[in-house]
Design a protein around this ligand. Structure first.
Ligand code: ATP
Ligand code: MG
Length: 564
């Protein structure tokens, strides 16, 4: 490709709307352009990267026995009503009305469609297992579309669905995908970790996420250096250490005017946060519930929501709090509270703690579980933190950040049952398909690759997904001999199947180097008038500082050695 003809509108300035590096660099390097919030065009360089990621994913899906299809994005409402998700999906689903006033969705995912498709034509256990996948746009009206390709409203996903006769079969399909995903991220040359995940709104039981490690990642991973336990913080568990027992002191109400937060009580009453409990009030669908945990801990709403099995969960407002406890947020507490109280496990190891007294400006001290109040249920409800105990081996957990690029789930019969999708087993009995679903964020993977591979000058593409492998820079195109030499090298690389750009623009060398660094081409070959007299060129790897002078005749062999 000649740079003079390539459509890659680079920008000098950092676009103000872009908060994270991958978003800034994708815009600056001319890989993407925004149309509206969370919706982007891929320009030529960007789309080349996308196609390379897709190709690696496709090869590994095919190798694992997957068959590629392409399903519709526009899907009738009835399909989603059958599974119950027309309601459940809520505002995240884009909805359309046609000229006959019929409802449709722009598909956020394809379980409903694939289940119907397979059910219509697969009747016997002999036709199973089946692994069907596609790569195409998905539509989700995210609450906060942001960070460019990280969280789009239109984004590219690979989704595969497995259909098996039983749990054993599902286990085999699941592990095929698990292994294929590992190969994919190894081939993409990205540092990643596989973590145990919450299976969330889609339901099901076993689930893993594939996380590309990056400081800017939205996800937190609890990780054990010792035994390799790794779980999304949404799901991660810890073990409660035995605490020394204390004598129970007398429950006492104290006057705490204007003291509203845990920190206020720390500052003014000298009671550390770990000797207080925090009481939160939530609306779980229609019901008001209370949750308590140690003062310095954070509630994990996903654990609570999973346990309550409710559809909506949100914090109660001031009026609801007052109506239920007679005081404001700052004085909430479990003693005498006429609500179901869900207590985090750790609270059972606390003695003589402080909490709100359900009267404005009053707290209790020396509160004890069992004696002063009885929780409806004691369960794991908090986020693990650095230094918690690893549930597998007892060593200490660390917290690292990552970007979720892939997610695999065992769905079981959730969709086949609700959608009445069955096959006949060996004894002629109708059985629901046992399913799994497996997603990869193709466009998010492109952004994640940058978050992990950049410097102050621009992107440093991992070789397997670089838009081009080599960029040839003649420093002065007005020098006819130099340009001719550069073009002949360009021809030679092309013929050998190397993907090369020649920067034939009439620009200063400095500008060309800046652009080459910005767009992140792994190998740069520079032809300057001086060294060319010796038939030498300069070779530089994007991820190294130093340049190397090599003979013109060695270029192809050297490039091949780096690429293959
Ligand atoms: P998240 O927790 O980030 O919202 P999710 O659990 O909703 O993700 P899945 O439904 O499992 O995601 O989708 C499969 C994959 O699609 C994810 O692992 C992620 O890589 C990608 N993905 C999901 N939502 C988006 C989005 N809004 N923009 C870009 N990629 C996305
Ligand atoms: Mg999501």
């Amino acid at each position: 490709m000649k740079a003079s003809e390539l459509f890659y509108p680079t920008l000098r300035e950092v676009p103000s709307e872009a908060e994270i590096i991958s978003h800034q660099l994708l815009l600056r390097a001319g890989f993407i352009r925004r149309t509206t919030a969370g919706v982007y065009s891929y320009l030529p360089l960007g789309y080349r990267v996308i196609r390379k990621i897709m190709q690696i994913v496709r090869e590994e899906m095919d190798r694992a026995g997957g068959q590629e299809v392409l399903m519709p994005i526009i899907q009738p409402k009835e399909l989603w009503e059958k599974s119950g998700r027309w309601e459940v999906y809520g505002d995240e689903m884009f909805r359309l009305i046609d000229r006959h006033n019929r409802g449709f969705s722009l598909a956020p995912t394809h379980e409903e469609l694939i289940t119907t498709l397979v059910d219509a034509d697969v009747h016997s256990y002999r036709d199973l297992p089946l692994l069907i996948y596609q790569m195409q746009n998905k539509y989700r009206d995210e609450v906060r579309p942001r960070f460019g390709l990280m969280r789009g409203r239109e984004f590219i996903m690979k989704d595969l669905y497995s259909f098996d006769i039983d749990e054993n079969g599902l286990d085999i399909s699941y592990h095929k995908m698990y292994d294929a995903y590992k190969r994919i991220y190894e081939r993409l040359n990205l540092k990643f970790r596989v973590v145990e995940a919450d299976s969330g709104a889609i339901g099901g039981n076993e689930s893993h996420e594939f996380m590309v490690l990056a400081d800017n990642g939205e996800s937190e991973i609890a990780y054990c250096e010792n035994c390799n336990y790794a779980a999304n913080v949404e799901k991660a568990e810890t073990i409660l250490l035995e605490q020394d027992k204390e004598d129970l002191l007398e429950l006492t109400k104290i006057h705490t005017p204007g003291e509203r937060t845990i920190q206020d009580i720390v500052d003014n009453f000298n009671i550390p946060a770990f000797k207080q409990i925090k009481t939160l009030m939530y609306m779980a669908d229609e019901e008001v519930v209370a949750v308590i945990l140690r003062g310095d801990r954070e509630l994990n709403e996903i654990k609570l929501k999973n346990f309550l099995a409710c559809q909506d969960l949100y914090m109660a407002d001031e009026n609801t709090v007052r109506a239920n406890c007679g005081a404001s947020f700052g004085s909430l507490g479990p003693v005498g509270l006429n609500l179901k109280v869900y207590a985090d496990t750790e609270v059972t190891a606390m003695y003589n703690f402080a909490c709100g007294a359900n009267v404005d400006d009053y707290h209790y001290i020396n509160v004890n579980v069992g004696r002063d109040f009885v929780p409806e249920k004691i369960l794991d409800l908090r986020n693990v933190v650095k230094g918690d105990i690893c549930p597998e081996c007892g060593e200490l957990l660390d917290i690292i950040r990552g970007i979720e690029v892939g997610h695999i789930f065992k769905l079981g019969t959730k969709y086949s049952e609700s959608m009445e999708a069955t096959f006949l087993d060996a004894s002629g009995q109708a059985k629901p398909f046992v399913m799994g679903c497996y997603g990869i964020g193709i466009s998010r993977t492109m952004a994640a690759a940058i978050e992990q591979n950049y410097d102050e000058n621009g992107i440093i593409w991992p070789l397997p997904i670089a838009p081009y492998q080599v960029i040839i820079v003649p420093v002065n195109v007005k020098n006819a001999e130099l340009l001719k030499a550069a073009l002949s090298l360009y021809e030679e690389l092309n013929q050998a199947g190397i993907e090369a750009i020649i920067d034939d623009r009439d620009e200063r060398a400095g500008v060309k180097f800046k652009d080459a660094d910005l767009i992140g081409i792994p190998i740069r070959i520079t032809l300057g008038p001086k060294s060319w007299q010796e038939k030498q060129v300069e070779m530089k790897k994007r991820w190294e500082k130093d340049v190397e002078f090599i003979n013109r005749d060695e270029v192809l062999a050297k490039v091949k050695a780096i690429i293959y």
